[in-house]
Design a protein around this ligand. Structure first.
Ligand code: NAD
Length: 476
């Protein structure tokens, strides 16, 4: 059975303990990964600190970082097929989605390569007696904690801008689905970053994760994951007032007005809630439909859910197993709770009659305050709710504690824009769910978190501002 290692201080290293990696399509262990210890975490932090102190990342011209990042992107593209297959096996996701993760990872490195030499400060006018300017300097050591749903692309999303800005990075991969990230880091190793600039540890969140978060050498925490873990990390981070970026969950709503183009909406529903079997923080987990089209849209969405191909990741089916037995149980429990609260399960609502951790594509008619319409499910489960007018649609869409993304669908651009302006979310899509890209800033408000990833803006999540004020001496 293949065994995978951790990477720190420029070397691949084993550990005395191992974590088993299970294929969600077969329920069988197919690989193991070294489980990092507290000592490993300390060694990774020490290596990152040596790298920061050496100036190896920051004494060079920024164009050198551009060159490293571009080499990393090239190396990532070379291992896409091999990486995608492993990611698909450990995660359950379909092969095409797994390939897209590696492609996106390479794009992050290319994109931030282009920014490494453009992190420019400003000059502040203070009158004739002063010169004043700002510098954007790296945070130092960026500790990055990654979830299992898109481990490769999310890892690259934070790692690339952090390196572009000149930080050393210590990454903690998730206990479930850590192998794709091992391949990612193997590729990045080929780029020749200075020793200690990139470190990867797979370990338990409650042990190595907590240790990294509370470590005295940690200068920044970048966390992507669930709300309860984010809240716990924020409490831990408070002890040292460590700056944090929090990319948390969502319960994002699409609003479909009466003039919606049904075909366009259905394409968006398909990717919005069934891509990656719904295990997407920005999933379209609520669909709000104007009353006059409600029955028609409802029937079409149910039909879509029932028409999806279901199978294991390697078969490239449209719906594949969810990541773990726990995740499957959690989803089914939430559906059962919805049933007890009186929600109407229109289709799905149970495990598929197949080996592996499948949950059938599920559409649930609910009211806005039911738990299934308020809490993140993180599976192929969409809630559908009718509304009368703009005000009601906005009230329902904004009526959760989350605020990650939202969407508006309709032909009337005035109406879609008017409504977009009222939505409380970090990103609003009009007429295409996921209309953004790696170039567009992404992040939440409310319980969805704070700080931004992606786009030019994200580079400023990885720097701190230093202002230099100079008093001029004048000749008498
Ligand atoms: P999770 O919170 O269970 O785990 C995320 C990571 O945190 C894992 O690496 C885990 O080991 C680690 N961790 C757990 N406890 C920790 C602790 N006390 N200290 C430090 N680290 C700890 O999340 P998950 O189940 O892996 O991912 C699913 C969640 O992630 C969903 O809620 C989803 O919405 C969210 N998510 C958000 C985004 C975004 O960009 N906003 C993207 C993807 C996923």
């Amino acid at each position: 059975m293949q065994h995978y290692l951790n990477y720190f201080d420029g070397q691949w290293r084993d550990a005395s303990r191992q974590l088993a990696v299970i294929n969600p399509a077969t329920d069988k262990v197919f690989a193991t990964v070294a489980q990092a210890s507290i000592e490993d975490a300390d060694a990774a932090m020490a290596a990152a600190r040596r790298c920061v102190n050496s100036g190896a990342l920051t004494d060079v011209r920024p164009a050198q970082r551009t060159a490293w990042l571009l080499k990393a992107a090239e190396a990532i593209r070379e291992i896409t097929e091999e990486g995608a297959l492993i990611l698909c096996r450990e995660n359950g996701k379909n092969l095409q989605t797994a390939r897209e993760e590696f492609d996106e990872a390479a794009r992050y490195f290319e994109y931030y390569a282009g920014m490494a030499d453009k992190i420019e400060g400003i000059s502040v006018p203070l009158g004739k007696d002063y010169i004043d300017f700002t510098q954007y300097i790296p945070m130092g050591i960026s500790v990055q904690i990654v979830p299992w749903n898109f481990p490769v692309s999310i890892c690259a999303r934070s790692l690339a801008p952090a390196l572009a800005a000149g930080n050393a990075v210590v990454i903690k991969s998730p206990e479930v689905s850590p192998l794709g990230m091992v391949l990612l880091i193997k590729a990045i190793e080929k780029a020749g970053f200075p020793q200690g600039a990139v470190n990867l540890l797979c370990g338990k969140g409650s042990e190595v994760g907590t240790h990294l978060v509370t470590h005295q050498e940690t200068n920044q925490i970048v966390f992507t994951g669930s709300v309860p873990t984010g809240q716990r990390i924020l409490k831990d981070a408070a002890a040292r007032a460590t700056p944090s970026v929090m990319e948390l969950g969502g319960k994002s709503a699409a609003i479909a007005f009466a003039d919606v183009n049904l075909e366009q909406l259905l394409q968006s529903v398909k990717v919005g809630i069934f891509y990656n079997s719904g295990q997407v923080c920005s999933a379209m987990s609520r669909l709000l439909v104007q009353r006059s089209r409600y029955e028609e849209v409802k029937a079409a969405v149910v039909n879509l859910a029932e028409s999806l191909t279901i199978g294991i990741g390697e078969s490239n089916a449209e719906l594949t197993p969810v990541v773990s037995k726990d995740q499957q149980q959690q989803i089914l429990t939430m559906i059962e709770k919805a049933r007890q609260e009186g929600a109407n399960i229109l289709t799905g609502g149970k495990a598929a009659d197949l080996d592996g951790y499948f949950v059938l594509p599920t559409i649930i008619e609910a009211t806005a305050n039911m738990s299934i319409a308020q809490e993140e499910v993180f599976g192929p489960v969409q809630v559908i709710i009718p509304f009368e007018d703009e005000d009601e649609a906005v009230a329902i869409a904004n009526g959760t504690d989350f605020g990650l993304v939202a969407g508006v669908f309709g032909e009337n651009l005035n109406q879609t824009l008017r409504v977009a302006n009222r939505l409380i979310a970090g990103q609003v899509f009009i007429n295409e769910w996921f209309a953004g890209g790696i170039e567009t800033p992404f992040g939440g408000v409310g319980l969805s978190g704070f700080g931004r990833e992606k786009g030019q803006e994200a580079i400023y999540s990885y720097v701190q501002t230093r202002n230099i004020g100079i008093r001029l001496q004048h000749h008498a």
